[in-house]
Write a protein that binds this ligand. Sequence first.
Ligand SMILES: NC(=O)c1ccc[n+]([C@@H]2O[C@H](COP(=O)([O-])OP(=O)(O)OC[C@H]3O[C@@H](n4cnc5c(N)ncnc54)[C@H](OP(=O)(O)O)[C@@H]3O)[C@@H](O)[C@H]2O)c1
Length: 310
Amino acid sequence: MKAIVLSNWGGTENFAIQEVPTPTITPDEVLVKVKAFGVNPADFKTRTGVTPYAQSYTHPIILGWDMAGEVVETGSNVTTFKPGDAVYGMVNFPKPGNAYAEYVAAPADNLAHKPAQLSFEAAAATPLAVLTAWQALTEHGHLKAGDKLLIQAASGGVGHLAVQLAKAIGAYVIGTASGKNEAFVRSLGVDEFIDYTTTDVEKAVSHVDLVFDTAGVDTVFTSAKVLKPNGHLISIAYGAMDKVLAIRPDIKAERTQVHTSGSDLEAINQLIVDDKLKITVSQVLPADQIADAHQQLESRRTTGKIVLTF
Ligand SMILES: NC(=O)c1ccc[n+]([C@@H]2O[C@H](COP(=O)([O-])OP(=O)(O)OC[C@H]3O[C@@H](n4cnc5c(N)ncnc54)[C@H](OP(=O)(O)O)[C@@H]3O)[C@@H](O)[C@H]2O)c1
């Protein structure tokens, strides 16, 4: 099969499309013919070797956790899927995902059935971002109807799904992005939009119950300041939480880490079927443009998600 192989830590010049053996499966795994795979900021961070999980990897590596495709073979213990099923998932995380390839061996419990109305491209764009948003808002944030929520970077891969999940729960949602993304973020259903390039978020927002900060390390101080006493800050960026608590000791502040879960995706499927969650794929690129996809992600200026296909 063809795969995008990473030969060393560093830049995108270390990627090459190569012929490699098609993987074999264990009793708990499923062999999936990959129809499309998605990319996430964690992919470029892992490519350069800076993510904690990358420390245990040895080259050559096949990256890629997000994928959608068709089951071609199931392990002897697998009862939930059969050959021909359309599936999607965040596979093998935090080990090397191996999904930048024509076939991937995926643990069955990482996968969910793909709703029929979701294209393979949209399904490949979904898992890591939606699981991050879902787990942060529900498992950690215990978001409920009527809560006032600020989502930083509401136009990003995680943010645009978080807005829709929060609206489905019934929260009052304020979203930040730059002006070029205003129409997009409003189309997701936010109650208020803030252009962080022209408006001081600290002055425009106050008394928030929960902030879901997907923008990065620099924004968490602003995020902390707009919370009501006993409010809750969830960031998905590394670091800074001790400094945040030093200026706002009266709030709860935590960094959450996504975990793979086919069963969470099966629960989220209902929102997709009910048309309450739409995944925005901004670009579908051929696999040989993986360098372009990574470079765009590194710019932190992408809207929605980028997907690739062989
Ligand atoms: N801990 C975890 O489990 C976990 C899971 C997933 C992702 N992450 C991390 O979370 C971050 C977000 O991931 P993602 O996939 O959503 O990234 P993404 O799609 O690359 O986010 C890009 C978006 O961020 C917006 N943005 C950038 N700076 C901003 C700012 N200061 N204020 C408001 N919006 C801003 C941009 O909008 P404009 O162009 O309009 O500025 C752009 O639309 C990444 O650092 C990623 O590594 C962590």
